[in-house]
Design a protein around this ligand. Structure first.
Ligand code: F6R
Length: 242
């Protein structure tokens, strides 16, 4: 795989942003897969700067987020839709009709899941997918045990993921217990993937993803079966690699 190790989190975020900006520059109608969480915040800020400097345009792009909590309205401050609005969408010229996330308030979840997969298929598929990585090796909300051919679906979040996400809510009881997530199979259909990981607490997860055995016990290890994955790491996240 391509493993890019940068001096610090800021440099890694800039490096990842440049990968997205370069693709968007070459292919203005890029279909971009997006992630939420702490990891991409600085990368999105960089993309906003590139947009403000007229280096990139989102006018013809489409974005598809990996996941969304179930039971939070789109305008709930902790919904992933709100996160994307705050970090990226409201600052760039992406057409709101071209910014897709699963609808966590859908009354018919099965229909919503089919709709989301179909939207991705109808767009021609995701060209460049951004991923973060969970401490337990999850990608999107594909927790350990997720099958490599899993598709977009409703999932229960693990205790550890709920606890980790509690920092964004008033209390742990407010953290949603379920999400709609792209599956591993869905993610592996992206033409190219960038996994961004920052900080020493991700070092073990990164090592197992890149150097561990390919196994559902560490879902990110399935990325080893994809032909075009670039890992962008800061030194702390890379420190477990041999
Ligand atoms: C978010 C997502 C998650 C995160 C992962 C890491 O859309 O799919 O898999 O990428 O939980 O989260 P942070 O970046 O907060 O450490």
């Amino acid at each position: 795989p391509n493993v890019l190790i940068c001096d610090n989190a800021e440099a890694a975020s800039l490096r990842a942003a440049k990968l997205f900006a370069a693709s968007l520059h070459s292919w203005p109608d890029l279909k971009i897969g997006l992630a939420t969480g702490g990891t991409p915040v600085e990368m999105y800020a960089q993309l906003v700067r590139f947009y403000e400097q007229d280096l990139i345009s989102f006018a013809e792009a489409k974005t598809f987020n990996l996941d969304e909590y179930v039971g939070l309205a789109a305008d709930h401050p902790q919904s992933y839709r709100s996160f994307m609005e705050q970090q990226l969408f409201s600052h760039v010229n992406l057409d709101p009709r071209n910014a897709f996330l699963p609808n966590g308030m859908a009354t018919d979840v099965d229909a919503e899941i089919s709709r989301y997969e179909q939207l991705i298929t109808d767009s021609g598929g995701i060209d460049l997918q951004l991923l973060g990585i969970g401490h337990n090796g999850h990608i999107a909300f594909n927790e350990p045990g997720s099958a490599p051919d899993s598709r977009t679906r409703l999932v229960d979040l693990t205790e550890r993921t709920i606890a980790s996400n509690a920092r964004f809510f008033d209390s742990i009881d407010d953290v949603p217990k379920q999400a709609i997530t792209m599956g591993i199979g869905t993610i592996l259909e992206a033409k190219a993937i960038v996994l961004l990981a920052l900080g020493s607490d991700k070092a073990d997860a990164v090592r197992l993803a890149i150097e561990g055995e390919v196994s559902a016990s560490h879902p990110a290890s399935f990325l080893q079966t994809h032909a075009n994955v670039t890992y962008v790491l800061d030194e702390a996240a890379a420190k477990g690699l041999s």
